[in-house]
Design a protein around this ligand. Structure first.
Ligand code: ZN
Length: 109
């Protein structure tokens, strides 16, 4: 069975628009990357002392599909059969076997 795993939890900080970011200085240039990097490092230093200089903080995480049996990354072959472990394959094959349609009473898992 496929489960949705959350990982790499982190707090993301969106810095204020810096004073140097004028309408004629918006380019994706090495100079601006350096300025953004220094601006973010300044915020980090500020946060280490006290919270200041940012617009928003929110919790974020990466997501990926994993197998509930082996916790490997969920991948399927071209028929939709999982490829990570035999238990996942067995469960998939069980779901593929033609049976009479059951009522929704078998809703476990
Ligand atoms: Zn698996």
């Amino acid at each position: 069975m496929k489960i949705h795993a959350m990982e790499n939890f982190r707090v993301v900080i969106i810095p204020d628009e810096p004073w140097w970011l004028s309408k004629d200085n918006l380019g994706m240039t090495q100079e601006n990357f350096g300025k953004w990097s220094r601006a973010c490092m300044e915020i980090i230093e500020q946060i280490k002392r006290h919270v200041d200089g940012f617009t928003d903080i929110y919790l974020d995480h990466d997501s990926r599909e994993i197998c509930s049996f082996c916790e490997g990354t969920w991948e399927e072959d071209d028929k939709g059969c999982p490829v990570c472990c035999q238990r996942a394959v067995d469960k998939w094959e069980e779901a593929q076997s033609p049976e009479e349609p059951k009522e929704a009473t078998d809703a476990k898992e």
